[in-house]
Ligand binder design. Structure first.
Ligand code: CA
Length: 235
C-alpha cells in the first residue's frame, strides 16, 4: 500500500512543487492550503506523514501541530522560513518529528520524509489509525476517544465497543456481532452484558455532549451509530 503524505502549504506554486517531488518519490499526496482544510483532509485520508508549513493564514502550523498531537502520533515534518533555534525547539516540544527550513532543497525534503517514515516503523497498515464519525473521534494508536474535541474517558471494553461502532458507522450491528467482536466468540449470547456496557458508554458520551444520541437502539436486533448534529447541520 502506497504511503500517503499530506502537504500543508498555502503558497500554491510551492505546494505544487513539493507535491511533484513527493509523488515522484513514490508517495500519494494531498495538499491543504490552510489549517481547517488540513484537519479535514487529515481525518479523511489518515495520512502516514504530514509536511506542515508553519506560516499559514488562519490557524498556523503551531496550532495545527497542537491539534494533531491531541489524538495522533503521525510523523510531522515542520517547514519554516525561520531558521532560529527557538522555533526548532518549540516545534520539537510540540511534538514535531523533524524540522526543515526554507529555502529547502527538494531532495533533502524527500530524504527527511523517508527517514521519518522509517523511524515511525511499519508502513501504513490496512487499519486506519483513527476513526471519525460526525463529532466522534477514536484514536486507535493512543486509545483515546473524543466527542466534540473533548476527551471521553473509557474503559478498554467501552473503547473497543465504540471503535467497533465507528467502524460500522451508520450500519445496523446485531447483538451477537458486537459481542463476538468486542468480547470474543464465547460471549455472543450475553446480550445483558452488551446492554450494560452500551448504557455506560451512552452515559459517558452524554456527559460530554448532553442531549446527543449517538448510539441508536434497533429494538430486538442491535445498535446503530448515528451522527445527530451532522444530520441537523445538513438540514
Ligand atoms: Ca506559507
Amino acid at each position: 500500500m502506497t504511503e500517503r503524505v499530506l502537504i500543508v502549504e498555502d503558497e500554491p506554486e510551492f505546494a505544487g512543487l513539493m507535491q511533484l517531488w513527493v509523488e515522484r518519490a513514490g508517495y500519494e499526496t494531498a495538499v491543504a492550503a490552510n489549517g481547517t482544510e488540513a484537519l479535514r483532509r487529515f481525518y479523511e485520508l489518515h495520512p502516514d506523514l504530514v509536511v506542515l508549513d508553519v506560516a499559514l493564514p488562519g490557524i498556523d502550523g503551531w496550532g495545527i501541530l497542537e491539534r494533531l498531537r491531541e489524538f495522533s502520533r503521525v510523523p510531522i515534518l515542520l517547514v519554516t522560513a525561520r531558521s532560529g533555534e527557538a522555533d526548532k525547539v518549540r516545534g520539537l516540544k510540540l511534538g514535531a518529528d523533524d524540522y526543515i527550513t526554507k529555502p529547502l532543497s527538494f531532495p533533502e525534503l524527500i530524504a527527511r520524509i523517508e527517514s521519518a517514515l522509517r523511524r515511525a516503523g511499519t508502513p501504513s497498515a490496512e487499519r486506519p489509525r483513527a476513526l471519525r464519525h460526525g463529532e466522534i473521534l477514536v484514536d486507535l494508536d493512543d486509545h483515546r476517544a473524543y466527542v466534540k474535541d473533548t476527551e471521553v474517558r473509557l474503559t478498554p471494553t467501552e473503547f473497543r465497543l465504540l471503535a467497533f461502532l465507528l467502524e460500522h458507522a451508520g450500519q445496523l450491528v446485531k447483538h451477537g456481532q458486537v459481542l463476538g467482536a468486542v468480547w470474543g466468540a464465547g460471549y455472543t449470547a450475553d446480550v445483558h452484558l452488551l446492554r450494560m456496557t452500551i448504557r455506560n458508554l451512552r452515559l459517558k458520551l452524554d456527559s460530554v455532549a448532553p442531549g446527543e444520541s449517538y448510539v441508536a437502539t434497533e429494538y430486538g436486533l442491535g445498535y446503530r451509530l448515528v451522527a445527530p448534529s451532522q444530520t441537523r447541520a445538513s438540514g
